[in-house]
Design a protein around this ligand. Structure first.
Ligand code: PMP
Ligand code: GLU
Length: 384
């Protein structure tokens, strides 16, 4: 086909590094190459049976639903959120169901920010936030987390300007697997409330927590709050595409307008999958295995002198600090993959070179082999 020039906005985009790498590694596996895929954030198990069984009873239903989702699902999400976050008031109109959490973030950004507005993004931070902010006409402003990957309130205060409209929080965090402390979150709430700055709280890992100290940001006093949630991680439903927004009526209605024009409803079977998940209290499907893997991985990594890390308290990531070896994690990860078959995501994808993300939600034998290979891997920086 004849080439057609792309729009200028595409120049500021790159394909999602995590998805691109995952696709590449899966393709290598299909070609018969030995690979140990510890890249994309998804659980290694099949769809939970209670979900497929329930959805199977609904497959004859084939009509559009309201763009914001089936009322019965929205009600179930509102009820579950009231329990989880302790909110007293939450109604159907506060909930918008989306096809995965990604469009939930984007629809919220489109509903909250004006062109030129700044959105603070703590880094290390998930790969897509910055691109979505730019696509929505805003400017992402990176703020480094502190050395324990907790919020650095001083650094955040310094980055706030008259253009700052929102902050994206993610706890448990992708890529670090750590959680923000309650004390810092409450301190931040004071700062942001005073400046009327909106918090977009990405709670996709909120059910995957290994610490009693976990405080969901939504429980820490933020007055201008949008919660972004989903079932991809807790229920191993990454391919089904189902998520949601919980927001004040104005933002929820704005997000509904956006999504009704560009996407329509999340797929009906996926909405039923979410109903089944909520009937089961959205109990994470692989918690015991994740806890076991976490322990295993911490033990193994402690034996690798040149790699540092912070213990994860949620999600299923551990963020390897390879700065004693190199700052060029792109090159290090590429060589690791080519020479050993172990696939990690370079920290450049999360705006922090010198790190690499390891997803420990993998089968034990894969993790075991990958860790042995990692221990024996000798990196030679390419000299150009
Ligand atoms: N937020 C974070 C922090 C994520 O790690 C991901 C990746 N799954 C998403 C949002 C997007 O989730 P979904 O697959 O439901 O769109
Ligand atoms: N969120 C997952 C990750 O960080 C999936 C990839 C993506 O959605 O970009 O690996």
């Amino acid at each position: 086909m004849k080439n057609i020039p792309t729009a200028a906005r595409i120049d500021m985009l790159e394909e999602s590094a995590t998805l691109a790498l995952n696709a590449r590694v899966k393709q290598m596996a299909e070609q018969g190459k030995p690979v140990y895929n510890l890249t994309a954030g998804e659980l290694p198990c099949k769809t939970p049976e209670y979900i497929s069984d329930y959805v199977a009873t609904k497959l004859d239903e084939n009509k559009y639903t309201p763009a914001s989702g089936l009322p019965v699902l929205k009600l179930a999400i509102a009820e579950a959120a009231k329990n989880f976050y302790g909110f007293l008031e939450l109604e159907l109109d506060n909930v918008v169901v989306t096809a995965g959490l990604k469009p939930a973030i984007y629809a919220s950004l489109l509903s909250v920010i004006n062109p030129g507005d700044e959105v603070l993004v703590p880094i290390p931070g998930w790969t897509s936030y910055s691109y979505q902010i730019k696509l929505a006409g805003g400017t992402p402003i990176e703020v480094e987390l502190d050395e324990n990957f907790d919020l650095d309130i001083g650094a955040i205060k310094q980055k706030i300007t008259s253009k700052t409209k929102a902050v994206i929080l993610c706890s448990p965090n992708n890529p670090t697997g750590t959680i923000y402390s309650k004390q810092r979150l409450e301190e931040l709430a004071g700062v942001l409330n005073a400046a009327k700055i909106v918090v977009l709280s990405d709670d996709i890992y909120s059910k995957l927590v290994f610490s009693e100290d976990y405080a969901p940001p939504a429980k820490c006093g933020f007055l201008n709050l949008v919660i972004l949630g989903g079932f991809s991680k807790s229920q191993a439903l990454t391919g089904w595409r189902i998520g949601y927004i919980i927001a004040p009526n104005g933002i929820a209605s704005a997000a509904n307008k956006v999504l009704s024009q560009i996407m329509g409803n999340a797929s009906l079977p996926a909405q039923y999958a979410a109903i089944a998940a909520l009937e089961n209290n959205d109990q994470p499907v692989m918690m015991a295995e994740l806890l076991e893997n976490r322990k295993f991985i911490i033990n193994q990594l402690n034996q690798i002198e040149k790699i540092d890390f912070k213990e994860p308290h949620g999600a299923f990531y551990i963020y390897l600090d390879i700065r004693k070896i190199t700052k060029n994690s792109l090159d290090w990860c590429e060589k690791l993959l080519n020479e050993t078959g172990v696939a990690l995501v370079p920290g450049e994808a999360f705006y922090t070179p010198g790190f690499a993300r390891l997803n420990f939600a993998a089968n034990k034998s894969i993790l075991q082999t990958a860790l042995n290979l990692l221990k024996d891997f000798n990196y030679e920086e390419s000299k150009k």
